[in-house]
Structures are given as C-alpha cells and as structure tokens.
Design a protein around this ligand. Structure first.
Ligand code: KIV
Length: 255
C-alpha cells in the first residue's frame, strides 16, 4: 500500500475499529511492534526524553528525527510510519514543507506537528504537496516551557472551544487524524464524536477517542525514571533488564 492508501485506510476507521498506535524509535522495536499488529508507528519527538535523555522535547533537532525515522523505516513495517516535526522546524509554511520533505526522504510516510489554527497554513502546504499529516491538539509538549509544565486541557468552555476551532482549522487543511493529548475525558469524547477525522488519544482516558497512542517505554516499563500518571504498563522491562545484566555480571566475574 502507498503512504496515502495507508493514511486513508486509517481515516476510514473512524466509527468502526479503534486505531492502535505506538511510538517507535529504532529498527528492532519497529519490527516487533509491526509483528504485533500495531496500526501506526510514530517516530515521536518524545525520543528526546526517553531515548536521548533530554528533560523535554524542545531539545530535539531535525538531525535526531532523521536518524530515528531512517532506523524505523529500515524495518519496512506494514504500519504507517509517522515522523514528528521537531520544534522550530515548521515556523513558516515553506519551512514546514521542507522539513516534511526531508522526513519523507528519510523514510516517513506521514508527518505530525503540534497545534491548531496557527498551524493550518503549514499543514495545508504539506498536504497540498501530497504528504499525509496528522495533527496534535490539547497538551502540546513542545510548549512545555512557555506553559510552565504539562497541564490538562479542555477543562473550561473557552478551552473546549479553542480545541474545537483548532480541530476544524486543521481538518480543513487536510489532516487525516488528530492526536488528542491530555484532554479531560468528557471533552475528548465530546469532540471526538463531533469531528470528521479519527482522534487518537493519549492521557484522555480509554475509549474517549477513535484510537489510542502510547509512548513505547511507558507501555513496556523500560523508562522507570518518569512514568506519566496515565501510563498503563504491560511489562516491567526495566526490572527484566537489570536482573539479566546482574546475572551476566555475576557469571562473568565469578571466580
Ligand atoms: O512525541 C510523541 O511521542 C508524541 C506522542 C505523545 C503522541 O507526540
């Protein structure tokens, strides 16, 4: 399937089968996730935190993203590969398009960027060039410094309206789906039921959106130093790793 066919097939899932998405940052995890039936692999700029050890995603560069997108693309997954546009690589429509093109050249099949009305013209520039775009509304991690932390969104009528207007603007600009991050459950459900493209939730409560996305390390329990309150780990890879390495060390150093 082409990138467009994959994105379109996901768009058509609204109202029928929920979308299961995960972040992936390298070749082996992309292969394993694809084997397990994930629909969409996001090479998210969360890699700045959970792979590169930065305090937040504002340190991620395009060079970081290209490196990890290329690794994921080498796995040739059936799932749609979406690459994040890092902060300050989409300040104008022309820059957004150039960044999107370089992510596609590295192997991304679609791109994602954060924000609503302010980003609509940038999204339009990318979709008109034939590259599928996924939006991202609610809590926007690239604004963590301006906002002084990670805060829940969609609590007040004004916030709900702002998210709705943002969604309508970016849908008009051509997004095939929208990530909803840390939007209060009732608002996420209300908006998901009233917009025309699938919403993919994280931190919005289960089943309030048309799909779910999780950061892989939250799901696997492999980044124990920061676990968001909404994370639902399915494994404890940190403990498995420490125990296996301790056994190795003991075996090697035994006299
Ligand atoms: O970068 C990322 O991993 C993301 C998800 C949290 C949706 O944007």
């Amino acid at each position: 399937m082409t990138a467009h066919q994959k994105a379109h097939a996901l768009q058509l899932r609204k109202g029928s089968r929920p979308i299961a998405a995960l972040t992936a940052y390298d070749y082996p995890s992309a292969r394993l996730l694809d084997d397990s039936g994930v629909d969409l692999l996001l090479v998210g700029d969360s890699l700045g935190m959970v792979v590169l050890g930065f305090p937040d995603t504002t340190h991620v560069t395009l060079a970081h993203m290209l490196h990890h997108v290329a690794a994921v693309a080498r796995a040739q997954p059936r799932a749609l590969i979406v690459g994040d546009l890092p902060i300050h690589t989409y300040d104008t429509p022309a820059q957004a398009l150039a960044t999107a093109r370089s992510l596609v050249a590295a192997g991304a099949e679609a791109v994602k960027l954060e924000g609503g009305i302010r980003q609509a013209e940038k999204i339009r520039a990318i979709t008109q060039a034939g590259i599928p775009v996924m939006g991202h509304l609610g809590m926007l991690p690239q604004r963590v410094l301006e906002e002084g932390g990670y805060h829940k969104k969609g609590k007040t009528p004004a916030q709900i309206e702002a998210i709705r207007e943002g969604a309508e603007a970016i849908i008009d600009a051509g997004v095939f789906a929208i990530v909803f991050e840390s939007i209060v459950p009732e608002t996420a459900r209300l908006l998901s039921n009233s917009i025309s493209v699938p919403t993919i939730g994280i931190g919005c409560g289960l089943r309030n959106c048309d799909g779910e996305i999780a950061v892989l390390t939250d799901l696997l329990g492999s980044y124990p130093w920061f676990v968001p309150p909404f994370a639902k780990p399915e494994a404890d890879v940190a403990t498995v790793t420490r125990d296996a390495v301790a056994r190795y060390v003991a075996r090697v150093t035994a006299c």
